[in-house]
Design a protein around this ligand. Sequence first.
Ligand code: PMP
Ligand code: GLN
Length: 386
Amino acid sequence: MNVATSRTLPSKLPWVGTTIFTVMSKLATDTGAINLSQGFPGFDCSPELVALVEKYLKTGFNQYAPMTGVPALREALAQKTEQLYGVSYHPETEVTVTSGATEALFAAITAVIRPGDEAIVFEPAYDSYVPAIELNGGIPVFVTLTPPTYGIDWDDVRGKITDKTRLIIVNTPHNPTGRVWTADDLEQLAALVQHRDIWIVSDEVYEHIRFDGRPHRSLVTHPVLQERTFVCGSFGKTFHVTGWKIGYCLAPKELSVEFRKIHQYLTFSTVTPIQYALADYLKNPEHYKTLPDFYERKRDLFLDSLRGSRFQFQPTEGSFFQTVSYQAITDEPDYDLAIRLTKEIGVASIPVSVFYRQKNDYNILRFCFAKDDDVLREAGERLCRL
Ligand code: PMP
Ligand code: GLN
């Protein structure tokens, strides 16, 4: 008898199923729909970057990288941070390369959260934060943001802080709403955490994708926040290479020490030739400084193509996501509508209710506009038929 199969393994994440990104992308593939659901570019990265990877692959850079990341990449990241935000991180002790921002987020949350600790999470929230908190025995405490502005009610945040609060998770520019933090948001957060043992994980993977002249308010720019923050970044969004899964964490030395203890047993190190290639590619700041204009054009093109529809929207402030309200069209649940739109008119999206713990449904869908122009135009045309 096989004893192992006769037992049921109690789930550590009983409420978790297959992610919506997998579900909707599969449905789009199965039905041949235009896939504006899962967030990934529909176009390729720069051939120059591919050539650099090829160069390092062919010249023997194929063994383990150092646990913290190849020095050239850590130095390039430290330099970029200094140039953009005027803040220095020591490449030896304060910059760590990870296997995607997902790993950085998991390691940072694990470094902070112990059983019974509370973590403040703004929802709608990217899907990887809460499982990481719960796997560490932590308790997510939600601050709910609502359309159309998704602004933060700081009195609400203050009211949710207790003696057990150890972590606040920030995400700017925000997935799924595109909201970008303001200078006032940074001040409000700083005032809240200043005299408390609260750490911050700041997910800034869309740092280079924000629009209409808005600056990215990195948490590194506020000294009170910087000293207690793990900043998590990703090259996937910035260089159109979501499949490479390379990210990083910037954190003051004492925080990085704890972060690295976890990183070294999660993955130990990250794919070597790509790290060297990225280090070279980062030397030209044009590669990321052109990104706001590049995506602003796509956002505007997509929105222009929706003008004849009955969807309502505010142009997104950042990220490559646009949320739209369909309140004037139907009162169907957002999940059902997302499935129906994929099957019937051939455009896949993400229902925003999935980013809320209680599945709050404000009749909003999220579309990814990181696609070729003709794909966006065709999607808009189809959506206007609704
Ligand atoms: N955070 C946010 C807000 C994201 O949208 C994503 C990815 N899509 C990630 C983290 C994960 O980044 P990576 O693919 O580098 O793990
Ligand atoms: N970040 C991407 C999104 O929000 C998806 C990443 C994933 O599939 N896990 O669509």
